[in-house]
Design a protein around this ligand. Structure first.
Ligand code: UDP
Length: 398
């Protein structure tokens, strides 16, 4: 999976490791993600199994790709997700070698095939939902009713039970509003079918935020699985280890934030998660906006290199703006920094939870999938931020 799924699952492993001493956790992953997982869990010395992906059989997927964040774009995502089934034989072979010590599988919702592996060993599979309980609720309600509106920007209430939760078709992906047979529908139908089996769903959410959706999901007819919210799992992230030579070891962006603190200059942190790569045109539009705002900002972004505008922009904003390009940062460390007092985010669920836990208000800039309704919730229901754009874009060029 991509980091947005791996990080909360790894945090769940840390929780189990520290709070359930009688449980041993073994993590199955691919070689591509293994180093990141081992590093995130270095204080727990986990047992990690690196599975090897056999050759893909789908023509659209480049051989050798082992993680969603290495896909060239979002379009082959569903084909790739379906191809993860190729891991099943090796996964089962290793599981069987560990059996009877294995008595439970917790696996990401995107690996529905692991349900079959669990039933072969006659053990439960708990599905891990890295998204909100609202996301599960939206999928549940919309898959059981005709779509209530035709136009893209007309608001509709999600259900009579939730009169205040209003969405538009624009908030949803085309696969949800107008499903066509293909990789996406195959994947979603496998996932929903596995989700409807009677074991628990473990959600990265918490009752104080989403109890109405958890209650809804747990009171459905036909005894569907129980949803247990165990989040926000970012609270279980590994603490930073203090070291004596602290300043030297700090990444340049943290040193820069320290300097802004000395000058009492609050900083807007701008970042769009682990996957979204913006185009040069999008970069230019946002850059103009940030420059015109007159405020200070730290912008962590993935973008293709080699545009002279980037260099010019960096010159212009020197002293009040910093770009961190194509590098992995510790987002929690940034959000925790005293200089940071706002977060312009794509509203990926982890980023929303992290901003709540660190009390940093959000500017919602959704780009895809559940980020649109997360951004709506941020503004309209949680009251912890404002939404900057809609899918049709209040920002030129998007
Ligand atoms: N993240 C990080 N450093 C980066 C990019 C992302 O630590 O350079 C983390 C971020 O803190 C969050 C996760 O990656 O935990 C991204 O998840 P989210 O749901 O916000 O967005 P996604 O990447 O899934 O779109």
């Amino acid at each position: 999976m991509a980091k947005g799924h791996i990080i909360p699952l790894v945090n769940l492993a840390r929780l189990l490791f520290f709070h359930r001493k009688n449980i041993t956790v073994t993590i199955f992953t691919t070689q591509e993600n293994s180093a990141f997982i081992r590093q995130s869990l270095s204080d727990t010395k986990p047992s990690v199994v690196d599975l090897t992906l056999p050759k893909f059989t789908h023509p659209d997927i480049l051989q050798g790709i082992e993680s969603v964040d290495k896909l060239p774009s979002f379009s082959p995502f569903f084909a790739f997700a379906n191809q993860t089934k190729l891991l099943q034989p090796e996964f089962e072979r290793v599981l069987e070698s560990l059996h009877p010590d294995v008595n439970c599988i917790i696996s990401d919702a995107f690996f529905p095939w692991s349900l079959e592996s669990a039933s072969k060993l006659n053990i439960p599979r708990y599905e891990f939902n890295p998204a909100s309980n609202l996301t599960l609720t939206i999928f549940d309600i919309l898959s059981n009713q005709n779509f209530p509106v035709d136009s893209n920007d007309e608001l509709f209430s999600l259900a009579p039970k939730f009169p205040n939760i209003q969405l538009t078709k624009n908030d949803l992906e085309p696969e949800m509003t107008d499903p066509q047979p293909g990789e996406a529908t195959d994947f979603l139908s496998d996932m929903f079918s596995a989700s409807s089996k009677p074991d628990n769903i473990i959600s990265n959410s918490f009752c104080g935020l989403e109890s109405e959706f958890e209650d809804y999901l747990n009171s459905r007819e036909n005894s569907p699985p129980k949803v247990r919210s165990v989040g926000p799992l970012c609270l279980a992230a590994a603490p930073k280890v203090a070291n004596s030579d602290e300043h030297k070891k700090k990444p340049t962006w943290i040193q820069w934030l320290d300097e802004m603190l000395d000058d009492e200059k609050p900083v807007l942190y701008v970042a769009f998660g682990s996957l979204a790569e913006i185009t040069i045109e999008q970069f230019r539009e946002l850059a103009i906006g940030l420059e015109d705002s007159g405020g200070n900002f730290l912008w962590v972004l993935r973008l293709p290199p080699g545009d002279e505008f980037i260099g010019e922009f960096e010159e212009k904003i020197k002293g009040r703006g910093l770009l961190v390009k194509n590098q992995w940062v510790d987002q929690l460390e940034i959000l925790r920094h005293d200089s940071v007092n706002g977060f312009m985010s794509h509203c990926g669920w982890n980023s929303v939870l992290e901003s709540i836990c660190e009390s940093v208000p959000l500017l919602g800039f959704p780009i895809a999938t559940n980020q649109y309704w997360n951004a709506r919730m941020v503004e309209e229901h949680y009251g912890i931020g404002v939404k900057v754009v809609t899918r049709n874009g209040a920002v030129r060029g998007f």
